[in-house]
Write a protein that binds this ligand. Structure first.
Ligand code: SF4
Length: 137
């Protein structure tokens, strides 16, 4: 079984109330092996919601609200589902502050993108679950 960011299969869970469907990920859905998860919703955040960025150890919305606790809760809930279902791999939305594997946006950085993991991606990786993005397919 493989965890997948829910927005990649067309679920309208992104901050703007839309989805980010990816043709290759949708193709994999037919295998019946994907488990869609949105860690930001699992953490109790509404949809739509303010966009947010990791700033140091915190996650802060564009309006300055600290939503770190919700991001951490959603990541833990997502990990729980991954472990319950025996997932060893995840395909996650590139550059998201929750899901982003390898790169995330950082508004404090002149180039905007930095090498780091979203909160959910990092927790999965720390628990020996391989994290890929849709760009790796
Ligand atoms: S938290 Fe992940 S699954 Fe949810 S909208 Fe953001 S990128 Fe998609």
């Amino acid at each position: 079984m493989i965890i997948v960011s829910a927005c990649l299969i067309g679920i309208n869970c992104a901050f703007d109330g839309r989805s980010r469907p990816n043709r290759k990920v949708l193709g994999l859905m037919r295998t019946g092996k994907l488990i869609p998860i949105c860690p930001e919703q699992l953490g109790g955040l509404p949809t739509p919601r303010d966009s947010a960025d990791q700033i140091g150890d915190k996650v802060i919305t564009r309006n300055g609200k600290d939503v770190t606790a919700q991001y951490v809760l959603g990541a833990k809930e997502g990990l729980f589902i991954a472990q319950l279902t025996g997932c060893k791999k995840a395909i996650l939305k590139a550059r998201s502050p929750s899901c982003g594997p390898k790169q995330i946006y950082d508004k404090t950085c002149p180039t905007s993108l930095i090498k780091d993991y979203g909160v959910f991606a990092k927790l999965l990786k720390e628990n020996n679950i391989e994290v890929l993005s849709e760009d790796d397919l």
